[in-house]
Design a protein around this ligand. Structure first.
Ligand code: NDP
Ligand code: NHF
Length: 274
């Protein structure tokens, strides 16, 4: 596993395991298998409704708690200072742990007036030592600017959709300038067409790897944290088997040229789902 250091000195694995769409009753088994396969970062969220299942796997102490990096997120309906503190307590209880490694605001919406207060609750949680790091998801530059201007703690992470068809270069530059790590969600575009891209397929053939491995390796080499999801045991192994090859500068340029600003998930400015 490869690790990186966040802006507050906390270390995180650069590759993690995401559990969106993993049903609660399957999550314990999936997370246990992922830990056995070598994953140390688990990315869940209150809205995924599988924190209890994730917690069951954690309770097995497959590896010491301090070797794991657990992320969860406050959902839109729980935004606001007091609501967020309450939602955080509920997430901790479901997960059965006494701190998380990273707590994130899931969306800047549904009400753009609330995310600063929500972030202030995250700062309180952070200062109380119940989250080792805090950050945001789906924040655009203007949302981050408000946090940087009105809050004290610089977000450690901005978790956003990022894959070869949506490379987020402007946001990456802004975040880099402010010491905020980009964490790439839906790195395989949720298992859709980027895996069929001819350029990706050709690179996969050249390196004796799969399209998913080429995409995940590209993410590592662009210095982002990446959290693919799979419930398929062979893919769990495939997705972590990316530390034994390197994409050349030319390969990276070919993938850079695939950017087309194409989202699979919601646009942060239009996401008002509670
Ligand atoms: N903050 C946010 O707003 C969001 C955060 N996320 C986080 O990011 C994680 C990953 O994103 P997600 O949207 O789940 O999608 P991914 O881009 O990780 O793709 C997952 C899909 O790809 C398939 N897949 C996985 N590995 C391979 C492979 N090696 N070859 C072919 N297909 C593969 C999976 O199928 P199968 O499982 O059947 O093997 C699944 O259908 C989420 O689980 C969640 O933790 C995601 C969306 C939004
Ligand atoms: O992480 C995510 C997946 O689930 C949510 C919806 O249920 C999305 O809104 C979100 O971005």
């Amino acid at each position: 596993m490869q690790y990186i250091t966040l802006n507050n000195g906390i270390r995180t694995p650069q590759l993690g395991y995401g559990v969106w769409k993993v049903p609660n009753e399957e999550a314990a088994n999936a997370v246990e298998q992922a830990i056995q396969a070598g994953y140390r970062l688990i990315d869940t969220a209150m809205i995924y409704k599988n924190e209890v299942g994730v917690g069951e796997a954690l309770a097995k102490n497959i590896v010491p708690r301090e070797e794991l990096f657990i992320t969860t997120k406050v959902w839109n309906a729980d935004q606001g200072y007091e609501n967020t503190l309450k939602a955080f307590d509920e997430s901790l209880e479901k997960l059965g742990i006494d701190y998380v490694d990273l707590y994130l605001i899931h969306w800047p919406t549904p009400n753009f007036d609330q995310y600063v207060d929500t972030y202030k609750a995250l700062e309180k949680i952070y200062k109380d030592g119940r989250a080792k790091a805090i950050g945001v998801c789906n924040f655009e530059i203007e949302h981050l600017e408000r946090i940087l201007n009105e809050c004290e703690v610089v977000p450690a992470v901005n978790q956003v959709e990022c894959h070869p068809y949506l490379q987020q270069n402007e946001l990456k530059d802004f975040c880099k300038k402010h010491g905020i790590y980009i964490e790439a969600y839906s790195p395989l575009m949720n298992g859709t067409k980027v895996l069929e891209d001819p350029v990706i397929k050709e690179l996969a053939e050249q390196h004796g790897k799969t399209p998913a491995q080429v995409i995940l390796r590209w993410q590592l080499q662009t210095d982002v944290i990446v959290i693919p999801k799979t419930v398929t045991p062979s893919r769990m192994k495939e997705n972590i088997d990316i530390f034994d090859f390197e994409l050349s500068e030319g390969d990276m340029e070919k993938i850079a040229a695939l950017d087309r600003g194409e989202r699979h998930n919601a646009d942060p400015n239009e996401m008002h789902f509670r």
